[in-house]
Design a binder for this molecule. Structure first.
Ligand code: COA
Length: 262
């Protein structure tokens, strides 16, 4: 196990780097340090020839990742919000999507907000029977900022994505499987082993061919590159609203938000 990190753990086994987000007391929420350390681990995935593929998962049995760390939103204005979203895209989300080597999400509990977006940036997803997916940003007066409005449409289609995004409704593992958001569902105790088995088979195939396929499937799925930059801008714009102040404060105070549309 690599002990260079504080907020993630990495283990390399038979060419597969397992990256575990390690803030279980905060539902593995993505704070600035997690994004930095994930970025550094992803650099290693691409640069280290001993690493052939990666799995991203969460520590504990409750959450994969319950979103961006809401406690860091307090002081951000519109420019700060947009900067946070763009930094995540540059260091983590786009880097995963465009990784030359397969990166798979093994979703072991809540995958909400940035957690659902992290899983969706991966090349495909496996999940445990207790996984739940959702984009609950509207509960906070926000929208997804890590590509969720774009990648959810790619994966489940416009109507389903629209409803999930504007209702904050959560999707259980069996429905996520039915909707094509995940490829396989396993019992929690088997999730990592079964995901490794899938990757081990993939690793018997030609690496250069795999790299080209990743590029081409990404190209086929990306309807509009502009959609991603528009999302960053509009995510930032939400930070200038009273609804965002109320929504994030209500979450920290563990109460329901009272939105005014301002
Ligand atoms: N950012 C920061 N802290 C978070 C967090 C997030 N996204 N998600 C959970 N936490 C923290 C909680 O504040 C709590 O901290 P505390 O023990 O210091 O009070 C701890 O993790 C446990 O979460 P809690 O809400 O008490 O657990 P729960 O079982 O009642 O609910 C969830 C679990 C995942 C449903 C709930 O935590 C949740 O809705 N999280 C936010 C999801 C979200 O809106 N994500 C999008 C962010 S943009």
């Amino acid at each position: 196990m690599n002990t260079d990190y504080n907020t993630i753990k990495t283990t390399l086994e038979e060419g597969i780097l397992t990256i575990t987000i390690n803030r279980p007391d905060k539902m593995n929420a993505l704070n600035k340090d997690v994004i930095t350390e994930l970025g550094s681990a992803l650099n290693k995935v691409n640069d280290n020839p001993e690493i052939k593929a990666a799995i991203i998962t969460g520590e504990g049995n409750r959450a994969f990742v319950a979103g961006a760390d809401i406690s860091e939103f307090d002081t951000l204005d519109a420019a700060g919000g947009a900067k946070l979203a763009q930094r995540g895209a540059d260091l983590v989300f786009d880097r995963i999507e465009h990784s030359k080597k397969p990166v798979i999400a093994a979703v072991n509990g809540f995958a909400l907000g940035g957690g659902c977006e992290l899983a969706m940036a991966c090349h495909f997803r496996t999940a445990s029977t207790n996984a739940q997916f959702g984009q609950p940003e509207v509960n906070l007066g926000l929208i997804p900022g890590y590509g969720g409005t774009q990648r959810l449409v790619q994966l489940v289609g416009k109507g389903r994505a629209m409803e999930l995004l504007i209702s904050a409704q959560m999707l259980k593992a069996d429905k996520a499987l039915d909707w094509g958001l995940v490829n396989h569902v396993f019992e929690p105790e088997n999730l990592l082993e079964e995901t490794r088995k899938i990757l081990k088979n993939i690793l018997t195939k030609a690496p250069i061919a795999i790299e080209h396929i990743i590029t081409l499937v990404n190209e086929a799925a990306t309807v509009s590159k502009e959609g991603f930059s528009m999302e960053v801008e509009k995510f930032g714009a939400c930070f200038a609203t009273e609804d965002k102040k109320e929504g994030t404060l209500a979450f920290m105070e563990k109460r329901k938000a009272d939105f005014k549309g301002k």
